[in-house]
Ligand binder design. Structure first.
Ligand SMILES: Cc1ncc(COP(=O)(O)O)c(C=O)c1O
Length: 397
């Protein structure tokens, strides 16, 4: 069969693949320590489940408007207004099957062959592949750990060409946990306005912030940047609802309408029951999120402190999200049982095979010197995992 050329440009999501391998090993009875998953280990809060049950019982199980029910779009508009000071009409909000789907709809509505999209690295694995799937070229913009992964304005402007359509930002970031402060967002906004770029602002980890930090959406920095920003968010991370598949986009009406048309011809509406559940999450989920983030904070400190005591590893403290992104350069070049460990993938493979620890190597995020460990797992698992990691690294020659 001759498949479309675009298929050959992408790979399955490496984070999902690693999580699937870890789960398969566990199913075989192997005691795997899984640091690979990108989802809260908490159960979905009760009021959300109750809303879903009520939806099922009342027969709310049919097609809904393709772009999402009014009740949910109003709840999203209200949330964006109260929390970020953003003013959107319902027609500027599209509910999709997860934030990943929202991002895909943006890519499909915006990009075509020859277009470029700037992606700061390290980046979330799907951004580049979604550009490839739409025949566009991802242009990577390197940021440095030493600078807290901040975007350098000069470097950003150097990447802009007449073909640049958009810039993706992700604060708090998966995988680095870095956040963008207001002055940096203002600099990015000024550049986007000057060059008439769309900013795709992925704010999915907005609520997973530590040390009293508050989230700033770039769209809130003035009407010029608001007119050029599409805010992406969803309920997966903040309310432990990864399986329910509800994400949303808010932005310029022309773009949202185009995305809605694409959705109406591809998936139709996101799950009716999940939409009702998402309304409950936005209305009643606040206390749950607060509790969960307090627990993530405890784990964040434990895992980062523990990683920093392991020879060859150094780890900066993430300001948000639930990932540690340690630098492993001190381990690269050592010898494992099957040869030298020269890359994050070599190390991740060694750790999985020899120590039964699942991590995600840095390469798919655009880093040759890091690996990602999710601390959305219990303190007990973190403790055992760190002990195992230390012992596994000690064995390298
Ligand atoms: C940065 C980032 N954006 C978007 C998503 C997609 O989230 P979902 O499709 O579950 O809403 C994820 C999930 O891992 C993510 O890490």
């Amino acid at each position: 069969m001759k498949l479309a050329a675009r298929v050959s440009r992408i790979a399955p999501s490496p984070t999902l693949a690693m999580a699937a391998t870890a789960k398969a090993m566990a199913a075989q009875g192997i005691d795997v320590i899984d640091f690979s998953t990108g989802e809260p280990d908490f159960d979905t809060p009760e009021p959300v489940k109750a809303a879903a049950e009520a939806a099922i019982r009342s027969g709310f199980t049919k097609y809904t408007p393709s772009s999402g029910i009014d009740e949910l779009r109003s709840a999203i508009a209200e949330k964006l207004k109260i929390e970020q000071g953003l003013q959107y009409d319902k027609s500027q909000i599209l509910v999709s099957c997860g934030a990943k789907h929202s991002l895909y709809n943006v890519a499909e509505a915006l990009l075509e062959a020859g277009d470029e999209i700037i992606i700061p690295t390290p980046y979330w694995v799907s951004y580049a592949d979604q550009a490839f799937l739409n025949d566009a070229t991802p242009v990577l913009l390197a940021t440095r750990e030493a600078d807290g992964y901040a975007i350098d304005s000069t470097a950003l402007e150097q990447r802009i060409t007449p073909r640049t359509k958009a810039l993706i930002i992700n604060s708090p970031s998966n995988p680095t946990g870095a956040t963008y402060n207001r002055p940096m967002l203002e600099r990015i906004a000024a550049i986007a306005v000057r060059h008439d770029l769309l900013v795709i602002s992925d704010e999915i980890y907005e609520k997973v912030l530590y040390d009293g930090a508050t989230h700033v959406s770039i769209a809130s920095l003035g009407p010029d940047i608001a007119a050029r920003t599409v805010v992406i968010n969803g309920v997966s991370k903040a309310y432990a609802m990864t399986g329910w598949r509800i994400g949303y986009a808010a932005g310029p009406k022309e773009l949202i309408t185009a995305m809605g048309n694409i959705q109406s011809q591809s998936t139709s509406n996101p799950c009716s029951i999940s939409q009702k559940a998402a309304v409950a999450a936005l209305r009643f989920g606040g206390p749950f999120t607060k509790q969960m983030v307090t627990e993530f904070d405890r784990r964040r400190r434990a895992i980062v402190e523990g990683l920093n005591t392991i020879p060859g590893i150094s780890c900066s403290m993430p300001a948000g999200a639930f990932y540690a992104f340690p630098n492993i350069q001190g381990v690269l070049g050592k010898r494992g049982p099957t040869g030298p460990i020269t890359s994050p993938t070599d190390l991740a493979t060694y750790l999985l095979k020899e120590a039964h620890i699942a991590v995600v190597p840095g390469e798919p995020f655009g880093s040759q010197s890091h690996m990602r460990l999710s601390y959305a797992t219990s303190m007990e698992t973190i403790g055992r995992g760190l002990d195992r990691l230390r012992a596994a690294l000690q064995k390298l020659g």
